[in-house]
Design a protein around this ligand. Structure first.
Ligand SMILES: NC(=O)C1=CN([C@@H]2O[C@H](COP(=O)(O)OP(=O)(O)OC[C@H]3O[C@@H](n4cnc5c(N)ncnc54)[C@H](O)[C@@H]3O)[C@@H](O)[C@H]2O)C=CC1
Ligand SMILES: N[C@@H](CC=O)C(=O)O
Ligand code: NA
Length: 430
C-alpha cells in the first residue's frame, strides 16, 4: 500500500471549502481510482473559526500561508487564495522551489506569471496543475492538452466567465437590473473577490490567455488580449438582440489570423440557434476547432464551489497517479512566440445602436457616415415617433473591416443629432 498523498490547502473560501467537501465525500472512491489515499495535513486561511462543514481539528493550521509551502508533511500545495501578486505568488514559488507539486485555480497568477512558474515547475520535476483555472469544472485544459493533442488548433472560443453569463441571462429572462444580479452572483460564490474583474472582461481574458497558450503552443501573453466587458450592455440592447435573432454573450476568442493569433474578449451577438447561444446562467462553453477532429464543444459549470473543486481534485488524482504533463502542453523552453494579430484586422458583421434626435434628415446623415467608410447595412430598425426627442436607431451591417466601422463610429459620434456614445457590438457567426 502506498503512503498517503499529503496535501496542504491555502485558502478555504468558496473553492477551498468545496475541495475539503469533495475529499471527504469521495475519500474511498479517490483512493480506489488513484491507488493512494489523499489526506489533508495542513491548511491556511484568514478565519480559523469559520465553520466549513469539515472537521479540521487534527490538521496543522498556518497563519502564514507561505510557511505551509515548507512543511515537510506536505507533498502537494493547493493554492486557492487568488490574486496575481503577493501571498499567492510567494506561496506557489516557494512550494515549487521546495520541490512540492502545486495545484491552483488561480488564473490571474497564471496569466501574469504562468511562463516563469511553468519553467520553475519543470526544473524541479513537479506538477503545476491548473484545470480549475479555466472554465471551472469543465475539463478543458485536459481536453485540449491531451484529448485534442493530435490536432493543430485553428481557433478556440467560448463563454469563459460564469458571472457575466449569469448576469446577461438573468437580465434577458427576467428584465432585472445589472447590479441586483451581480450581487446574487457574488452570494452564489461565482464572482471574483473584485467583481470588476468579471464584468470588465479581465477574468475571461486571464482564462483566454491560458487557453491560447495551451491551444497554440505559445507563451502566455495576457497583454496581447484585447478586452471589453459588459458594463455598457443595456436592457435595450438585450431586447434588440432578441428581435434581430441574436443573444448577447461575453466571448473569448483566440483565432489564427494573418500569420498570427488574435486574442479578444468582448460582448458579442451570436445567432439564437447557434449552440453557444443556448449556454445560459453560470454555464461556460469552450469550442476548439482542430484540423483533423474539427469542432469540439465543451459545456459545463464554469464557477461555484462544487464544479471548481471537482477540477482541483481531478488534478490531485493526476499527481497521485504520477502524471505530470507540461503545464501548457509543450515543455516551456519550446513554447514558440507568435505574432499578435490586431483586433483591427477583424472582418465581420456589427450591431450599432444610436440615440438620435427624431427629426428629418438624421437617418440620411447616419447612412452617409456609413457609406463614406464603405460599410454596408443589412438591417435597420427605428420604431415609434418622438419629434425633437431622443429615439434609438438600430442597424446591423454586412461583413466589414473593423477599422472601417471604427472610423464610421468616430464620424457618427461627431454628428450633432447623435446624443449618446453609439453602442457597437460585434456579431459572431460560428
Ligand atoms: N469561486 C469560483 O467559482 C472560482 C474561483 N476560482 C479561483 O479560485 C481562487 C479562490 O477563489 P474563491 O474560493 O472564490 O475565493 P474566496 O475569496 O472565497 O476564498 C479565498 C480564501 O483565501 C483566504 N485568504 C486570503 N488571504 C489569505 C492569506 N493571506 N493567507 C491565507 N489565506 C488567505 C481567505 O480567507 C479565503 O478563505 C481564486 O484564484 C479564484 O480566481 C477559479 C474558478 C472558479
Ligand atoms: N469569477 C469567475 C469564477 C470562475 O473562474 C467566473 O464567474 O467565471
Ligand atoms: Na476547467
Amino acid at each position: 500500500m502506498k503512503t498517503p498523498l499529503r496535501i496542504g490547502i491555502a485558502g478555504l473560501g468558496t473553492v477551498g471549502a468545496g475541495v475539503l467537501k469533495v475529499l471527504e465525500t469521495h475519500a474511498d472512491l479517490l483512493e480506489m481510482r488513484s491507488g493512494q489515499r489523499i489526506v489533508v495535513t495542513a491548511v491556511s486561511a484568514r478565519s480559523r473559526s469559520r465553520d466549513r462543514g469539515v472537521d479540521l481539528s487534527t490538521v496543522r493550521w498556518y497563519e502564514d500561508a507561505v510557511a505551509l509551502a515548507s512543511d515537510p508533511d506536505v507533498d502537494v500545495v493547493v493554492e486557492l487564495i487568488g490574486g496575481s501578486e503577493g501571498i499567492a505568488r510567494d506561496l506557489v514559488v516557494t512550494a515549487l522551489e521546495n520541490g512540492k507539486h502545486v495545484v491552483t485555480a488561480n488564473k490571474a497568477l497564471l496569466a501574469h506569471h504562468g511562463n516563469e512558474l511553468a519553467a520553475l515547475a519543470e526544473r524541479r520535476g513537479v506538477a503545476l496543475a491548473l484545470e480549475a483555472a479555466v472554465a471551472g469544472g469543465i475539463p478543458v485544459i485536459k481536453g485540449l492538452r491531451e484529448g485534442l493533442a493530435a490536432n493543430a488548433i485553428k481557433e478556440v472560443h467560448g463563454i469563459l466567465n460564469g458571472t457575466c453569463n449569469y448576469i446577461l441571462t438573468e437580465m434577458r429572462e427576467t428584465g432585472r437590473e445589472f447590479g441586483d444580479v451581480l450581487a446574487e452572483a457574488q452570494k452564489l460564490g461565482y464572482a471574483e473577490s473584485d467583481p470588476s474583474f468579471d464584468i470588465d472582461g479581465v477574468d475571461a481574458a486571464h482564462k483566454l490567455a491560458i487557453l491560447t497558450s495551451v491551444a497554440f503552443g505559445c507563451p502566455v501573453d495576457f497583454a496581447a488580449v484585447h478586452i471589453e466587458g459588459i458594463r455598457h450592455i443595456s436592457a435595450l440592447d438585450i431586447e434588440y438582440a432578441k428581435e434581430l435573432g441574436y443573444r448577447i454573450k461575453l466571448l473569448g476568442i483566440a483565432r489564427r489570423n494573418n500569420g498570427g493569433v488574435e486574442q479578444r474578449v468582448h460582448p458579442a451577438m451570436v445567432p439564437i440557434d447557434s449552440p453557444i447561444a443556448a449556454v445560459d446562467g453560470v454555464f461556460n462553453a469552450v469550442v476548439a476547432d482542430g484540423d483533423f477532429v474539427e469542432k469540439v464543444t465543451f459545456v459545463g459549470r464554469g464557477a461555484g464551489a462544487g464544479p471548481t473543486a471537482s477540477a482541483v481534485v481531478a488534478d490531485l488524482l493526476d499527481v497521485a497517479r504520477g502524471r505530470i504533463a507540461p503545464v501548457f502542453g509543450v515543455p516551456s523552453g519550446r513554447l514558440a512566440r507568435i505574432h499578435t494579430a490586431s483586433p483591427e484586422e477583424r472582418r465581420g458583421a456589427y450591431y450599432l445602436r444610436l440615440m438620435v434626435v427624431d427629426r428629418p434628415g438624421v437617418i440620411a446623415d447616419v447612412a452617409a457616415a456609413l457609406r463614406d467608410e464603405n460599410v454596408s447595412m443589412e438591417a435597420f430598425l427605428q420604431r415609434g415617433r418622438a419629434p425633437g426627442e431622443a429615439v434609438p436607431v438600430v442597424l446591423t451591417t454586412h461583413d466589414t473591416d473593423e477599422a472601417s466601422i471604427q472610423r464610421a463610429l468616430t464620424s457618427l459620434e461627431s454628428l450633432e443629432a447623435v446624443l449618446e456614445q453609439p453602442r457597437l457590438i460585434r456579431i459572431e457567426q460560428f
